[in-house]
Design a protein around this ligand. Structure first.
Ligand code: NAD
Ligand code: DAU
Length: 349
């Protein structure tokens, strides 16, 4: 029996990680700590509510009292830390919130783990989930490897880079058993519709413009969210303490090409004439400091732990579109604020 703290489990990636761990490891108790910010949604985890090895705790990772009390009560064997402010555009308009959650929140958890585990680090693990954005922006060639120098360029990526440095500092200074992974852009069910793909799906569905920043020639490396969750499972159990693993889809797309592909899939799924959705594409003002290209070299993870992405992109995109079309209530609740009603009914507060 192990007790594992997963932070940010009500968010996009976190909910897939919680589901994987709760279902795959009935012998683990999974405690999901999430503040339920605008991005946290318990509807993502409806199917797990009554599982005996799952517990949800509403709380903030920056709240020292809450975090220390949880460590004292549950004596966690491991932590998988995903809670974060995650959207680059929001970090540009509201940077302080990102430094608070992503930096102070991470160090609050690290310190609680250090105090709780002091003198008995054996079998314990603090796993920090990070992003490829810490490496900065690539030109037209090359890939980010685990030894690429950090060069974050947005308040979001700078806050994630800071948290990575803190995690490594706790490894070198205190011997805390840590592991870090840096992943590329995820896509799939349950992603909040502020990010490019769910936002575009929702806009196409409602015949609203699809906003493309700049010329649409920025490049991202896309990975299906369940493939990220599978990598997290592997790294949590088999990764080496103190190590970093890059995770990527080997799947680079120019934003505009990705949106053309999406428009085609949406037309087919909605029974619209080919070419209908792409008429909604609208070029808008570029994101400030917009990173040109991300591309990940995941060969270390593949070679050492045997991971590889399971889905072809076109297949994953079709699966994703079908999910959003079949779950329009989910989207409607998020957009209309009805989600709050769900939470009050469910938890009575
Ligand atoms: P998300 O925004 O969908 O979810 C974040 C979750 O964290 C939400 O449930 C939110 O309520 C919770 N949270 C935020 N602040 C909190 C706080 N102070 N205390 C407790 N909970 C809090 O994010 P996501 O896209 O699922 O990303 C999860 C993690 O993975 C983040 O650390 C992010 O940096 C990293 N990551 C994301 C991607 C991606 O493409 N989405 C890629 C690589 C790495
Ligand atoms: O690379 C990993 C990162 O991927 C994660 O760490 C972040 O949490 C996650 O949000 C994501 O960051 P991006 O900024 O790459 O994702 P986003 O979906 O916001 O944007 C993807 C690309 O699309 C980017 O080049 C900006 C562009 N874009 C985005 C939006 C929201 C548009 O052109 N129009 C838009 O409306």
């Amino acid at each position: 029996m192990k007790t594992i703290l997963i932070t940010g489990g009500a968010g996009f990636i976190g909910s897939h990680v919680v589901r994987l761990f709760v279902n795959k490891y009935p012998q683990y108790k999974i405690v999901n700590l999430d503040a339920l910010t605008y991005a946290g949604n318990l509807e993502n985890l409806k199917d797990l509510e009554f599982k005996p090895n799952y517990e949800f705790v509403k709380g903030d990772i920056t709240d020292l009292k809450v975090v220390n009390r949880l460590f004292a009560n549950y004596h966690f064997d491991g932590v998988i830390h995903l809670a974060a402010e995650s959207h680059v555009d929001r970090s540009i308009s509201n940077p302080l919130e990102f430094f608070n959650t992503n930096i102070l929140g991470t160090v609050t958890l690290l310190n609680a783990a250090r105090m709780e585990w002091q003198g008995h680090f054996e079998g314990k693990r603090f796993y920090h989930i990070s992003t490829d954005e810490v490496y900065g922006s690539l030109g037209s060639t090359g890939l980010f490897t685990e030894s690429t120098a950090y060069d974050p360029r947005s308040p979001y990526s700078a806050s994630k880079a800071s948290s990575d440095h803190l995690v490594r500092a706790y490894f070198h200074t205190y011997g805390l058993p840590v592991v870090i992974s840096n992943c590329s852009n995820n896509y799939g069910p349950n992603q909040f519709p502020e990010k490019l793909l769910p936002l575009s799906i929702n806009n196409i569905l409602n015949n609203r413009p699809i906003p493309i920043y700049g010329k649409g020639d920025n490049i991202r490396d896309w990975l299906y969210v369940e493939d990220h969750a599978a990598a997290i499972d592997l790294i949590f159990h088999e990764g080496k303490n103190g190590d970093t693993y890059n995770i990527g889809g080997i799947n680079e797309w120019k934003n505009i090409d990705l949106i053309y592909l999406l428009c085609g899939v949406m037309d087919a799924e909605l029974g619209r004439a080919a070419g209908t959705s792409e008429k909604l594409i609208t070029f808008v003002k570029d994101r400030a400091g917009h990173d040109r290209r991300y591309a990940i070299d995941s060969s270390k993870l593949m070679r050492e732990l045997g991971w590889k992405p399971s889905l072809q992109f076109e297949e994953g995109l079709r699966k994703t579109v079908k999910w959003y079309l079949a779950n329009q209530e989910w989207m409607r609740h998020i957009l209309s604020g009805e989600y709050e009603d769900y939470y009050h009914k469910q938890y009575g507060e």
